[in-house]
Write a protein of this length. Sequence first.
Length: 113
Amino acid sequence: VQLQASGGGSVQAGGSLRLSCAASEIIFARNGIGWYRQAEGKQRELVAGITSTGSTNYEDSAKGRFTISRDNAKNMVYLQMNSLKPEDSAVYYCAADTIPVLWGQGTQVTVSS
């Protein structure tokens, strides 16, 4: 499996979750990895991304609440999500910025009010 996401679940508003994305070594070493989400009836959107050298970027609503990081020894990318809101509910995907983009399977995040 080249990309595999995990860690979703159901939490109450204000809670936290950490998503994990396991990548194959060659994918991890050469590419940036992003976390995307798609809520029901909405388009998929980038939440946060991290380059192969560790530079990060965040979608505005994620700034200050979410942290993306990578563990080079484990070929893992994480998305720590704090202060979760109901509007964060979505299927979350990790993806590598290959050409074409390589998508992992999604993991469901549900935040209840």
